[in-house]
Design a protein around this ligand. Structure first.
Ligand SMILES: [Zn+2]
Length: 280
C-alpha cells in the first residue's frame, strides 16, 4: 500500500469515527476488514517494507511462512493476511515497531461447512485487529473504551459493538490461562442471559422498572474481579429497564461470548440456543 493510500484510510477512519461516534481505531479496523471484502487478493501479495519507526501507527503483520521464513507485511498485504490466513502462524504488530506481546488464541482449525467460515475463526481474525487497535488507540492518546462508553450520546448499538471489541481482548490470555478465560466468558454469558430474560419480562409487563438489587450486586462482583469490561457494565445499565430496547444487543453479546469461549476451548460448534424465551 502506498503512503497516500495509508493516509487516505486514516483520514477516512477519522471521518467515520466522527460521523458514527465510534473510536478512530475501531473505524480503522472496520476499514481494514472492508478492504479485504471488496478487494480480492492478487496472485502475489507484495511484502511490506519496514517504515521509519515512530512514524504512524498502522497495522503490520509478522508471519512465518511454511518454509520457516519470517515475513513482515504492511498495508493491504497485512489486512489480507489477517482475513485469509489459514495457518495461525501470524502475529499482529505495528509499523512503529510494536509487536503483540500476547500469544492470543490458537487458530481454530475448524471445518468450514458449505464454505462458511466458523465464527470462532472470525473472532481469531478480529483478535489480531483489536490487539493492534488497542495498541494504536493507546499510542495515539484516543479516549479509552472505558471513557468512550460513558458518553451518553454513544448509542446502545455502538456500546454493544465496543463490548464485543473489548471481550475479544480477553483472548490475550487464551493460551496460558485457558481455564480462567473460558470461565470468564461463561460467567459473562450467564450475566447476559439473565439480563436478557429480565429485559424481556420488563417489556412484557410494561411496568415501571424496579431496580434489581441482586443483579446489580452480581454485576458489581464481576466488575470487581476484573472479569467483565466496563463497557459491558455500561451496556447492562443502559438496557436495564428494557425501555430503550436492548434485547437483541444483549443476545448478540451473549452469542459472541459463547463463540469466544468455544474459541478458547477449541470446541466444535454446538447448536445455538433458541431465542423462543424472548419477544419476537
Ligand atoms: Zn504503533
Amino acid at each position: 500500500m502506498t503512503k497516500r493510500g495509508s493516509n487516505d484510510r486514516k483520514a477516512k477512519a477519522r471521518r467515520i469515527a466522527k460521523a458514527r461516534g465510534i473510536r478512530v481505531t475501531e473505524a480503522h479496523s472496520l476499514l481494514l476488514q472492508a478492504k479485504n471484502r471488496n478487494d480480492p487478493p492478487p496472485a502475489d501479495a507484495p511484502a511490506g517494507k519496514p517504515a521509519a519507526t515512530g512514524e504512524t501507527h498502522e497495522l503490520r503483520i509478522h508471519r512465518t511462512a511454511a518454509d520457516g521464513t519470517a515475513e513482515v507485511l504492511d498495508g493491504d498485504a497485512a489486512a489480507r493476511a489477517v482475513w485469509s490466513d489459514g495457518t495461525g502462524a501470524l502475529t499482529a504488530g505495528c509499523r512503529c515497531g510494536w509487536v503483540n506481546p500476547h500469544a492470543g488464541p490458537r487458530f481454530p482449525g475448524l471445518p468450514a461447512p458449505h464454505g462458511v467460515e466458523p465464527n470462532e475463526q472470525k473472532h481469531w481474525r478480529w483478535y489480531q485487529l483489536v490487539a493492534w487497535a488497542e495498541h494504536a488507540g493507546d499510542a495515539e492518546g484516543e479516549p479509552s473504551s472505558d471513557e468512550f462508553v460513558q458518553d451518553p450520546s454513544v448509542t446502545v448499538n455502538d456500546v454493544t459493538r465496543q463490548v464485543i471489541f473489548d471481550l475479544r481482548l480477553l483472548l490475550h490470555h487464551a493460551q496460558h490461562d485457558r481455564e480462567a478465560v473460558a470461565t470468564a466468558y461463561e460467567s459473562i454469558e450467564t450475566l447476559l442471559r439473565n439480563a436478557r430474560v429480565s429485559v424481556a419480562h420488563e417489556r412484557a409487563r410494561s411496568s415501571v422498572h424496579q431496580p434489581d438489587a441482586d443483579r446489580a450486586e452480581q454485576d458489581g462482583a464481576a466488575v470487581v474481579s476484573g472479569q467483565i469490561p466496563v463497557s459491558l457494565s455500561v451496556l447492562l445499565r443502559r438496557t436495564d429497564s428494557g425501555r430503550s430496547g436492548g434485547y437483541w444487543e444483549l443476545l448478540a453479546v451473549e452469542f459472541a461470548a459463547a463463540e469466544l469461549r468455544r474459541l478458547v476451548l477449541q470446541e466444535s460448534r454446538r447448536p445455538v440456543p433458541t431465542v423462543s424465551d424472548g419477544p419476537a
